[in-house]
Design a protein around this ligand. Structure first.
Ligand code: 13P
Length: 253
């Protein structure tokens, strides 16, 4: 990562860990925390029903509570959904928007991501906007075009959304054990930063943290996070084990 941008490592637990399992994780991870670099921001995104319990355990720890998604509206007749004010009340400070698993399973689009980001900003929650191409798109030479389209979710905002973090997660690298090479990830991060520059100017774009996600492990993290353009990670599988997650935080320091 580059001087001036503080590293961030975010655990995306996806549909894993009950409240009880989360509490066991927190106890073990927090016991390792004193040996980890203070300068690295850490956030954990559990499933919605686990937010309250985990949030209580993380109070006063500097580990941020994150959410995996949010609804486009603040309230109303939307059965099964969770709003930004509900997340704010639970102490959530960061929320994922646009994860590829939701793009795939829920067919959500950029217009709805823009509305989700708006709701988060209204509630003082930082958006972590996820982008990334499929294997077919990369092999077809369409990565640039796909990223450009995904980044149009930010077009609704005249100024840089407060606290915005972007995560580059190539779909082919998620949960496959096949991470992007550091050089390829760094190259794509540069592309994303140039898309941010077009919207907000190069100085503001340079302040935005861009995380890499997709099969990050303690074995490849030092090389990935060593790239100037990679400001940390959004981690699935390896974030489920306290010692592995701690190793990733160390690697980002
Ligand atoms: P894995 O780390 O399990 O590949 O998942 C990455 C991811 O999707 C994080 O959001």
């Amino acid at each position: 990562m580059r001087a001036g941008r503080s590293p961030l490592v975010v655990a995306n637990w996806k549909m894993n860990k009950t409240a009880r399992e989360a509490a066991a994780f927190a106890e073990e991870f927090l016991s390792l925390r004193p040996s980890l670099p203070d300068a690295v921001g850490v956030a954990i995104a559990p499933a919605f029903p686990v937010l309250e319990r985990l949030g209580r355990l993380l109070t006063h720890t500097q580990v941020l509570l994150a959410a995996q998604d949010v609804h486009t509206e603040s309230k109303g007749a939307f059965t099964g959904e969770v709003s930004a004010p509900m997340l704010r009340d639970l102490g959530v400070s960061l929320a994922l928007v646009g994860h590829s698993e939701r793009r795939r399973d829920r067919k959500e689009d950029e217009a709805s991501f823009a509305r989700k980001i708006e709701r988060l900003l209204e509630n003082g929650i930082a958006p972590l906007y996820c982008v990334g191409e499929t294997l077919e798109e990369r092999d077809g030479g369409r990565t640039d075009e796909v990223l450009a389209r995904q980044m149009t979710a930010l077009d609704a905002f005249g100024s840089l959304p407060a606290g915005l973090v972007v995560a580059y997660e190539p779909v082919w690298a998620i949960g496959t054990g096949r991470a992007a090479s550091s050089a390829m990830a760094a190259d794509t991060h540069r592309q994303i930063r140039s898309l941010l520059s077009k919207r907000y100017g190069s100085d503001l774009a340079a302040s935005v943290r861009i995380l890499y996600g997709g099969s990050v492990t303690p074995a490849n993290a030092v090389s990935l996070f060593g790239e100037e353009e990679i400001d940390g990670g959004l981690v699935g599988g390896a974030s489920l084990v306290p010692a592995d997650f701690a190793a990733l935080v160390k690697a980002a320091g």
